[in-house]
Design a protein around this ligand. Structure first.
Ligand SMILES: CC(=O)SCCNC(=O)CCNC(=O)[C@H](O)C(C)(C)COP(=O)(O)OP(=O)(O)OC[C@H]1O[C@@H](n2cnc3c(N)ncnc32)[C@H](O)[C@@H]1OP(=O)(O)O
Ligand SMILES: N[C@@H](CCO)C(=O)O
Length: 388
């Protein structure tokens, strides 16, 4: 690679010096849903708290589309608090004085786990689009291998929102005996046509950027920053709600008293979206965005269980707590209700809460008192039963 390419590679695949990394060699390939055996590969992860002697207090936290392993520590790239700092920590709902919390970067990601910007050992170049497609189940398989590596058999809880919630559902379906409690939040058991459509718009924005170069931008020493920023701007609208956008910005103008009669960011909401797009490209890789959005598209838990969602949970002893947000139009409450109905049909133990909030889908990343109270209460009750 040229010097420039190396510089961009360091932005695209950020080796987090403060992350732990589990390496899996040829003796332990990751056999993907596509049939490809990925080997070698690595998973970057963070831990918080202490694993107890009985190894019974581990909580796996699964991140959303563009999250990463830095759930509760200062992020090494953005310098901001981890994406679930409101939820994880001493005395917080996922109490690190009580639980051992693990969060790993998904396979296909770009913060230390093997993904399209990692080096393909066969060529010595970044994988780019030669990287195999991954699914939510592949992400979970890799996490299960990480749990084996850490010596954790049964997880006290698997929790996460959005794509993280998809992983929670997949964990409960694929490894029921390893999941004591499960918290799928603001998620669905199937990615809707509307959500696939939004994902496709983002992918096309990336691919339309001349710097995408058929996915081989790292070798060329460039990055499709404009395309990735536009993808994020479009997606970010779906993470909020109409009322939140109105409350935050309305039609107010950005640092000016009157419209400029140009295509400058006259409105605050335009300036805000441009900022979200620009900030995003500093911390995320375009090809990873393609792969991880695709993994969400392929998610259809009923489809992989004979077309009946309840079949995914039959015989499950896992205790579920399902949560949704009233203003979430990306993963609406009806998606969570479908999961709850299937769990009831399967005879599983499930509680459900729809949290009233105008903050839209990404409310699960914010300080929502009802979410923190629900999470803390559910886990404390389960911990008493588990003797933690
Ligand atoms: C590593 C990770 O981040 S994990 C991935 C998961 N995390 C995310 O997806 C984070 C991105 N998502 C968001 O930021 C979502 O908007 C939310 C809903 C989670 C955050 O909501 P809030 O905390 O209410 O923040 P808000 O949406 O107001 O955005 C604040 C940002 O917009 C900027 N901003 C606000 N108004 C304007 C404006 N008129 N013009 C330009 N920028 C603006 C703020 O300066 C702030 O910037 P910063 O994040 O660089 O400090
Ligand atoms: N804002 C989230 C995606 C939707 O939950 C993320 O970027 O991971």
């Amino acid at each position: 690679m040229t010097g420039d390419a190396l510089r961009y590679a360091s932005v695209s695949q950020v080796e987090s010096p403060d992350s732990l990394v589990a390496h899996f060699g040829p003796e332990r390939p990751l056999v993907l849903d596509s049939g490809v055996a990925l080997s070698p590969f690595q998973i970057a992860y963070q831990t918080y708290g202490t694993l107890n002697a009985a190894r019974s207090n581990a909580v796996l936290v699964c991140h959303a589309l563009t999250g990463d392993q830095h759930a509760a520590n200062v992020h090494p790239v953005t310098g901001k608090p981890g994406w679930w700092s409101t939820m994880i920590g001493p005395g917080r709902p996922i109490d690190t004085d009580r639980y051992f919390v693990v969060c790993s970067n998904v396979i296909g990601g770009c913060l230390g786990s093997t993904g399209p910007s990692s080096v393909n050992p066969a060529t010595g170049q970044p994988w780019a689009l030669a990287f195999p497609l991954v699914t939510i189940r592949d992400m979970v398989r890799a996490q299960a291998m990480l749990m084996d590596y850490l010596g954790i058999g049964t997880l006290f809880c698997v929790a996460g929102g959005s794509m993280g919630g998809m992983q929670v559902l997949e964990w409960a379906a694929s490894y029921p005996e390893r999941v004591y409690t499960a918290m799928p939040i603001a998620t669905a058991a199937i990615h809707s046509a509307q959500n696939i459509a939004f994902g496709e718009v983002g992918r096309q924005a990336i691919m339309a950027d001349p710097d995408w170069r058929g996915g081989r931008y790292l070798e060329a020493g460039v990055r499709p920053a404009q395309g990735l920023a536009v993808a994020r701007m479009g997606a970010h609208i779906t993470y909020l709600s109409e009322s939140a956008l109105h409350r935050k910005f309305g039609r107010r103008l950005q640092d000016r008293a009157a419209p400029t009669f140009t295509f400058d960011a006259d409105f605050q909401v335009e300036s805000y979206l441009r900022h979200q797009g620009e900030a995003f490209v500093e911390r995320f890789d375009a090809n990873s965005y393609l792969y991880v959005t695709r993994a969400m598209d392929y998610f259809d838990l009923a489809g992989s269980h004979g077309g009946v969602l309840a079949n995914a949970f039959r015989g499950s002893k896992t205790r579920f707590c399902v949560a949704s947000f009233s203003s979430d139009w990306l993963f609406p409450t009806s998606d969570s209700r479908a999961v709850v109905h299937a769990l009831n049909a399967a005879g599983a133990s499930v509680s459900f809460v729809e949290i009233q909030s105008d903050k839209g889908h990404d409310a699960f990343l914010l300080d929502e008192p009802e979410l923190t109270a629900t999470t803390g209460g559910f886990l404390r009750a389960a911990a008493r039963m588990r003797g933690i």
